[in-house]
Design a protein around this ligand. Sequence first.
Ligand SMILES: CC(=O)N[C@H]1[C@@H](OP(=O)(O)OP(=O)(O)OC[C@H]2O[C@@H](n3ccc(=O)[nH]c3=O)[C@H](O)[C@@H]2O)O[C@H](CO)[C@@H](O)[C@@H]1O
Ligand SMILES: C=C(OP(=O)(O)O)C(=O)O
Length: 420
Amino acid sequence: MATILVQGGRPLKGTVRVSGAKNASLPILAASLLAVEGRCVVEDVPFLRDVDCMCDMIQALGVDVQREPGGVVRLNAEEVSHTEAPYELVRRMRASFVVMGPLLARFGHARVALPGGCAIGARPVDQHIKGFEALGAEVTVEHGYVEARAPRGRLRGNRVYLDIPSVGATQNIMMAAALADGLTIIENAAKEPEIVDLANFINKMGGRVRGAGTDVIRVEGVDRLRGVEHTVIPDRIEAGTFLLAGAITGGEIYVEGAISTHLKPLLAKLKETGVHVEDDVNGIFVAGGPGQRALDIKTHYYPGFPTDMQAQIMALLTIIPGTSMVTETVFENRFMHVAELQRMGADIRVEGRTAVIEGVPKLTGARVNSTDLRAGAALLLAGLAAEGETEVHGVHHIDRGYVDIVGKLHALGATIKRVE
Ligand SMILES: CC(=O)N[C@H]1[C@@H](OP(=O)(O)OP(=O)(O)OC[C@H]2O[C@@H](n3ccc(=O)[nH]c3=O)[C@H](O)[C@@H]2O)O[C@H](CO)[C@@H](O)[C@@H]1O
Ligand SMILES: C=C(OP(=O)(O)O)C(=O)O
């Protein structure tokens, strides 16, 4: 089991390049299943544990997957014939459930294991199922599997109103609708940049998706989709984590490739606390941390403050003077990092969905455990600011979502190493 050792107290300086987005790559790799002819070439795919899982999943379904250095993945889905995604693969990563939409669209049938919950919440898939049913599929949930079948082998377009603007449900329904007969209108759709990237990918394949990035997405089904080339968008959560690494250490970091429009809520909060941020067409610069004013933050669907940045900004708030509040509205149980930050000297109490953080003058290094991906990132950030050494366990969670985070932080001047 790997651990990461961080010696805190060094201001980070320099430039770091952001990788391609995990949460854009996963549905795009799944969408390659829609191409009945030709090869897809996807570039800037971050080679992470979650990407390994998705590649294994689509490979098991029959996609020919070739990875090349530099984040290039070549995919050929012409020979796919399996329509069942087994539990052994889905349980490794709940995002695997997005293979259901493309399988159902292309073959009129899919049987995918229910992904179940995880450390941050129960994470039901009722909105995905509601969407498939609206498109005419007969759906059963039995023996831990969701099975869907389109009568006469093809879905038909319809209006789908989502009760929650779920990212995964919007993606699954968009992919299902891409090959359906007629027009699908998804109302109260998720608006995340990763949705727009997926829509762009489907459109390059010959699909007709309009309105992605707004809460009404219109998908005109087509008869065939073909392989294309695509470069995934930069990872806004990785970029935000590096901006916070700059702020929490009082350093100066330029995050190359970060797109400021994707990071508006984080940048606004950094400015509000007094951290200097500046953006240009190539990236974002941060300096003058860690900040002077306490903050109130409420996570929300895009363009609100991302839940995937909640743990990391909480690490920063632990050392900002005054009383800050963080309210988590997207997931019911995403405060597992609180107990670990407390072990490092943070003063935090949780009241229902809100964490109340009293800023302390300093954190102290400790042995801590990552309970999930972003909790792990938050502990690394806390370790960068803390006095003494922090030993972060549960590194396999961090490996799900950050490409070589130890190498990147080391290049910025952090005293950090990974011990296998
Ligand atoms: C691989 C990927 O892209 N993961 C992201 C995606 O997850 P994911 O797509 O799973 O997140 P959703 O947007 O679906 O979930 C948001 C909320 O809706 C609830 N819900 C969702 C679907 C459903 O059918 N029923 C239901 O009740 C969930 O339990 C959760 O409380 O968006 C989340 C919210 O921005 C991010 O934290 C994850 O990093
Ligand atoms: C919660 C996350 O991912 P997933 O939805 O795959 O659990 C995340 O990326 O922070």
